[in-house]
Design a protein around this ligand. Structure first.
Ligand SMILES: NC(=O)C1=CN([C@@H]2O[C@H](COP(=O)(O)OP(=O)(O)OC[C@H]3O[C@@H](n4cnc5c(N)ncnc54)[C@H](O)[C@@H]3O)[C@@H](O)[C@H]2O)C=CC1
Ligand SMILES: O=C([O-])CC(=O)C(=O)O
Length: 321
């Protein structure tokens, strides 16, 4: 049984994720957490969710609050607080502003629930995952980001549509940045267990168009309806289910990489990882020559930006001392 806390529960992604995660039988308590001043909203959200659970026959207890003590006893904390982008912005444009918010909550989680598993959703998610790891002081296998799990699901949907098969027949993953330098792992893409290059009699796969569609998916949805909600919410829910039910699945999430298996280090970025009740454990894989070069570019971008953001946060802390 597990207590899951959603920080930023008043937001679009946080509130949908809280509802989606509560359906899992192993989730005993769902704690809706927000910033001071949002108590009335959180109270209303809790009551609305309890009505839904009564209608659906869900047994999860809903609690809420804005005091850091609410975080105590959490097995999993999901951090969704932060400013979302407009469709004319990139996720990287949010870095400094959101880093301050992530630092604040990461410090609280590190103090109040250091043995929990912290899932970071706030964008730009790879940089925010490193910030959360640094300021929570938690173990690297206990802090991870949603990363390219959602992008991988978007590519999966494109491939299922192209091959006209059920999504469960498609296995694929995107590694690297949750952003423009993401790297599709065509070498690990199979339909019904068959590597795509070995499929005969199929029209040429429009790889570039597909990956462009995945890259632009977030801004396309934001332009049309203001925010991406169901996609990220259900992607979060899958990760939480994997942890609480100890499913040992291999998914693609943002996690601190180590030189000995990835050739790069000191940064959180998406790679395949085994996800268990004990945490998230990256798995080294051999990439094609193109994928290796693209992954290197993606790491470089994220590393440079992460260093700049962390330096700005450190300078700010020194000024206020
Ligand atoms: N990694 C991913 O795949 C995805 C990441 N996101 C990111 O998640 C974040 C939240 O997105 P939405 O829920 O759509 O936004 P929203 O505007 O609906 O909610 C934002 C939440 O953050 C809180 N917040 C905002 N400023 C704050 C501050 N200064 N201090 C404390 N709390 C603050 C708000 O109270 C609210 O709970 C954004 O950064 C967005 O880019 C969203 C979708 C997918
Ligand atoms: O695009 C955004 O800003 C939200 C997000 O990360 C996504 O839906 O992939």
């Amino acid at each position: 049984m597990a207590k899951v806390t959603i920080i930023g529960a008043t937001g679009q992604v946080g509130s949908y994720a809280a509802h989606a995660v509560s359906q899992f039988p192993h989730v005993q308590e769902m704690c809706l957490y927000g910033r001071p001043g949002n108590e009335q909203f959180l109270d209303g959200l809790a009551h609305d969710m309890m009505d839904s659970f009564a209608a659906r026959g869900t047994n999860t207890r809903v609690t809420f609050g804005t005091n850091p003590k609410e975080l105590r006893g959490s097995d999993i904390v999901v951090l969704t607080s932060g400013v979302p982008r407009r469709s004319d912005q990139t996720r990287l444009d949010l870095a400094l502003q959101n880093a301050k918010i992530v630092r604040h909550y990461a410090e609280q989680v590190g103090r109040m629930a250091p043995d929990s598993i912290l899932l970071v959703v706030t964008n730009p998610v790879d940089i925010m995952t490193t910030v959360a790891l640094k300021y929570s002081g938690m173990m690297p296998h206990r802090v991870f980001g949603l990363g390219t799990h959602l992008d991988s699901m978007r590519l999966k949907a494109c491939l299922a549509e192209f091959f006209n098969v059920h999504v469960s027949e498609v296995h694929t993953r995107i590694i690297g940045e949750h952003g423009d330098t993401m790297v599709p792992m065509w070498s690990a893409t199979t339909i019904g267990g068959i590597q795509i290059d070995n499929m005969i009699g199929i029209a040429k796969l429009p790889r570039e168009e597909m990956i462009e569609r995945v890259k632009n998916s977030g801004s396309y949805i934001i332009k049309a309806k203001g925010a991406t909600v169901f996609g990220p919410g259900d992607a979060i829910a899958t990760l939480i289910r994997t942890i609480v039910e100890d499913e040992n699945r291999m998914l693609t999430v943002s996690t601190q990489i180590r030189r000995e298996i990835f050739g790069h280090e000191g940064v959180c970025i998406s790679v395949p990882a085994r996800i268990t009740r004990g945490g998230v454990f990256p798995i080294g894989v051999r990439l094609s020559i193109t994928e290796t070069a693209m992954f290197g570019e993606s790491v470089k971008l994220i590393k440079d930006m992460t260093e700049k953001v962390c330096a700005a946060l450190d300078a700010e802390s020194q000024e206020s001392e």
